[in-house]
Ligand binder design. Structure first.
Ligand code: FES
Ligand SMILES: [Fe+2]
Length: 399
């Protein structure tokens, strides 16, 4: 790929102009009963969802060898903050050093491989392995060994924690799970970075975070990339607010911004554009390839979803994070935040993944040789084309 292409119309993210333009496009579709479309219906062989050899290859190329949003900056608020977590069977330790720089390491002791820091988060000056107390500092350097004299001489500079390429940008911590590689986050995100800045992710607060078991990676991901199902699957949750089957799509390389219309959209017809408050009538989802979805659903609340493929093509874990513009204080604020949190959990866990597990169960039954991705599902089409692109030999090595 020759650099990251910008397909979106030119927008100024520092003004409201781009929101007005998006509202205009959404309103046009709502009035005409139309949506952004791909050029043709796409046939995807079902084997692309099920074949274990293909799956292992794609997971390696798409998830382990590309930058991925692994945490939010706000999860590591100050110097010494750390987060230890398992990402697709890779134990990762993310640390904000005393210098404010975030670094990522394999959370694996260089002595005999124990997990150095227990999964969780907190603050720490050093990390001491629970097995034989080898000690690593916030930069991953090996700074102490219990019984060093009896153990024998080693070159301690060679035995720091193994670093992973890591960058902090736009309120997100990006890392690559394969060691001994590098990436340039600006190159990877292209124009999407500027779009992420509009979310001001640094200013939000963590309300809650949970891991939700889901169906296979592609079955799960497809559901995040269209509004075609909203009225049918979510009539009592998020579908209440969303105009079904209306999508305004902009792309920056593999990254996509989906704009959905809210049911209140026609109210704009009664107002001059100068009085429009677009945020009230459209909903933006920023989808960073391959698995991070940032969705501001209701003004003061934001939903972040990270979809991590499981060990087989049949399962995923979705890390769902609810952010609040400010921590709720009054009873009414607490109730509103809890209602949002419960709504998004129900919509995803029961409704989306309920359908998804059904697909997953029947996928081997032989009913379909291919799935059809409609012209009204262009973001799904794009996603699968980019997966195929990165899975090809020598693709994606330039990041
Ligand atoms: S395995 Fe960590 S100190 Fe021995
Ligand atoms: Fe859904």
């Amino acid at each position: 790929m020759a650099g990251v292409r910008t397909d979106a119309s030119v927008v100024n993210v520092r003004t409201n102009a781009h929101m007005l333009a998006l509202a205009r496009r959404a309103l046009h579709h709502q009035q005409a009963g139309t949506t952004d479309q791909a050029a043709a219906v796409l046939e995807l062989p079902v084997a692309m969802y099920t074949d274990p050899t293909r799956y292992r290859h794609e997971i390696q190329r798409v998830f382990r060898e590309l930058p991925m949003g692994v945490a939010l900056s706000l999860e590591l608020p100050g110097p010494g903050s750390y987060r230890a977590l398992n990402i697709m069977d890779v134990p990762v330790l993310i640390v904000r050093g005393g210098d404010g720089v975030v670094r990522a390491f394999l959370n694996v002791c260089r002595h005999r491989g124990a997990q150095v820091c227990a999964d969780g988060s907190g603050t720490a000056r050093v990390f001491s392995c629970p097995y034989h107390a080898w000690v690593y500092d916030q930069k991953g350097q090996l700074t102490g060994r219990y019984g060093a004299d009896s153990f024998g001489e080693i070159d301690v500079d060679r035995y720091g924690l193994v670093p992973l390429a890591c960058a902090e940008a736009h309120g997100v911590i990006w890392a690559m799970l394969t060691p001994h590689r590098t990436f340039d986050i600006n190159r990877w995100l292209g124009g999407m970075g500027e779009q992420l800045d509009t979310l001001k992710l640094d200013t939000w607060h963590l309300y809650t975070q949970r891991d939700i078991p889901g169906p296979g990676w592609k079955v799960t991901m497809d559901g995040y990339l269209e509004s075609y199902h909203h009225n049918l699957v979510h009539p009592k949750t998020v579908g209440q607010y969303t105009v079904g089957n209306l999508l305004v799509l902009d792309t920056w390389g593999p990254h996509q911004r989906l704009t959905f219309g809210r049911k209140s959209l026609p109210e704009l017809l009664e107002q001059p554009e100068s009085a429009w408050e677009p945020d009230v009538h459209i909903r933006l989802i920023h989808s960073c390839f391959p698995n991070l979805s940032l969705s501001g659903i209701l003004g003061d609340h934001c939903l972040v979803s990270q979809i991590f493929p499981g060990p087989t093509p049949e399962t995923t874990i979705t890390r769902q994070t609810v952010l609040v513009a400010r921590q709720p204080e009054t009873d009414a604020e607490k109730a509103a935040t809890e209602a949002f949190s419960a709504l998004t959990l129900k919509a995803v866990e029961e409704e989306d993944y309920g359908i998804g597990f059904g697909i997953q169960k029947a996928v081997h039954a032989g009913a379909n040789e291919h799935f059809l991705i409609g012209r009204n599902e262009p973001a799904i089409q794009n996603y699968h084309r980019w997966v195929a692109y990165f899975a090809r030999a020598n693709a994606g090595t330039e990041w």
